[in-house]
Design a protein around this ligand. Structure first.
Ligand code: AMP
Ligand code: MG
Length: 362
C-alpha cells in the first residue's frame, strides 16, 4: 500500500489540509495523526472492518481494546449508556486532555473495538489536528498508539513512518507530541475510580477532583493480572536488552554497569540524570541521553530516546529510575515495561536483582 504523507503548513486552514485524510477515515481506511500524548493510528470507531485494519497494521492482539477519540463532550451520551458522577467530574476537569475514561459501552460500538468488553475507553484529545480530523471524519476515531505492537510508541511522524510506511493509508505530520507518554486511564465503572494506566494526568491531580482514587494492583505487583487487557503485554521495548536501575543514589552503580558492559565489548545506551551522564566518558561505545531538568521533559523524550538507541544499534541499555511522584509514576511504568521487568536495585554500593534477569557481564 502507498502511504500518503501530509506535511502541514501552519499558515493554511487545517480543515482544508486535513480533508483528504478525513475522507480516507470515512471510507474505512487507517490514518496516523498526532495527539498531545503520542501519535495515534486512527480509523472509524463505529466500523468493525476499519477497526480490524488497525489490529492488522499493529499486529495487536485481538483481546486488547482500542480507545475512542472524540472532539466534543456531547458525543459521550451516544457512546455510553451511563455516565457516573465521577465520569462527569473527570470530563469537566480534564477534557480535552491526556485522560481516558472507561464507561459502560453503548450498543453502537462494535465488539472489535472493545475486544468484547461491556465497557469502552474514551478520550477527548487536546490537539488541534486531532480535533479537526475527528470533526471532519464525522464520528469517534478509534486510535491506539501508532507503533507496531510491543515497540516504543511514536512521538513524531518520522517514528510512525519507521513502523507503518506501506502498511496504512496515510500519516499526518503535526510535529512532536509534547506530553510523550500515553493518556492516564481511569475506570469509572469500578466502585472506587481506579487508575488502570498512569499517564499525563497524575494520581495527585485525580485525587484533587475525586477524593479517593485506587491504583490497579496489577500495575504494581508482577503476580497480579492488570485490569486493562493491554497492560499485561510487553510494551515499549527497544531491540537491545534493557535494565532499569532503581534506588536513591545510583551514579556509582551506573558507572560500574557501564564499565563492565564495555569490558565485554558491548555498545551501551545510558539514560540517566545529568550529573550521572556527565561522569561517563564520551566514547563511540556509549550513547548517552540525559533525563532533562523536569519529569515532563523526560516523559516527552522517553520513547524518542529508546528509538534512538535502536538506531544506534546499542547492545545494552541501562536506565536510571526516577521518583514515582507525579508524572514519575507513568515514567516508571513505561521504563519497567520497556526493560521487560529487568530491574536492579542499588543497595550499599551493590547491585541486587529485583526482578527479571541479571546481565551476563555483571
Ligand atoms: P493504546 O491504544 O495503545 O493506548 O492502549 C489502550 C489501552 O487501553 C490498552 O492497555 C487497553 O487494554 C486499554 N483499554 C481499552 N479499552 C478498555 C476497557 N474497556 N477496559 C479496560 N481497559 C481498556
Ligand atoms: Mg500502545
Amino acid at each position: 500500500m502507498q502511504t500518503k504523507f501530509w506535511q502541514l503548513d501552519k499558515n493554511k486552514k487545517l480543515e482544508i489540509q486535513l480533508a483528504q485524510a478525513a475522507e480516507l477515515v470515512r471510507r474505512g481506511e487507517v490514518v496516523a495523526f498526532p495527539t498531545e500524548t503520542v501519535y495515534g493510528l486512527g480509523a472509524n470507531g463505529l466500523d468493525s472492518e476499519a477497526a480490524k485494519k488497525i489490529f492488522a497494521a499493529k499486529g495487536r492482539p485481538a483481546d486488547n481494546p482500542l480507545i475512542l477519540h472524540i472532539a466534543d463532550k456531547k458525543t459521550m451520551k451516544l457512546l455510553s449508556t451511563n455516565l457516573s458522577p465521577s465520569a462527569l467530574r473527570l470530563m469537566d476537569s480534564f477534557w480535552p486532555g491526556p485522560l481516558t475514561i472507561i464507561v459502560p459501552k453503548s450498543p453502537l460500538i462494535p465488539t472489535e473495538v472493545t475486544a468484547g468488553l461491556e465497557t469502552v475507553a474514551i478520550r477527548m484529545p487536546n490537539h488541534p489536528i486531532a480535533k479537526v480530523l475527528i470533526e471532519l471524519a464525522g464520528g469517534p476515531i478509534a486510535a491506539p498508539s501508532a507503533n507496531k505492537s510491543g515497540k516504543p510508541s511514536p512521538t513524531t511522524a518520522q517514528a510512525v513512518k519507521e513502523d507503518m510506511e506501506g502498511v496504512i493509508a496515510g500519516i499526518i505530520d503535526g510535529g512532536a507530541s509534547n506530553i510523550g507518554v500515553e493518556s492516564t486511564i481511569v475506570d469509572t465503572t469500578a466502585p472506587i475510580p481506579t487508575i488502570l494506566r498512569p499517564g499525563g494526568i497524575t494520581l495527585e491531580m485525580l485525587e484533587e477532583v475525586l477524593g479517593v482514587v485506587e491504583i490497579d494492583p496489577g500495575l504494581l505487583q508482577a503476580n497480579q493480572r492488570p485490569k486493562a487487557p493491554g497492560m499485561k503485554y510487553r510494551h515499549y521495548a527497544p531491540r537491545a536488552e534493557m535494565y532499569l536501575l532503581e534506588g536513591k543514589d545510583v551514579s556509582t552503580e551506573i558507572c560500574y554497569f557501564v564499565t563492565q558492559a564495555r569490558a565485554q565489548g558491548k555498545k551501551i545506551g545510558v539514560l540517566a540524570a545529568g550529573d550521572v551522564v556527565s561522569k561517563l566518558a564520551i566514547s563511540e561505545q556509549i550513547i548517552l541521553h540525559s533525563w532533562g531538568s523536569t519529569q515532563a521533559e523526560l516523559a516527552e523524550k522517553l520513547y524518542d530516546y529508546l528509538r534512538r538507541f535502536d538506531q544506534e544499534n546499542v547492545d545494552v541499555i541501562v536506565a536510571q529510575g526516577v521518583s514515582e511522584e507525579g508524572l514519575g509514576l507513568a515514567i516508571m511504568n513505561r521504563m519497567r515495561k520497556a526493560a521487560g521487568n529487568n530491574i536492579l536495585k542499588a543497595e550499599n554500593g551493590k547491585l541486587i536483582l529485583q526482578s527479571g534477569t541479571i546481565p551476563s557481564f555483571l
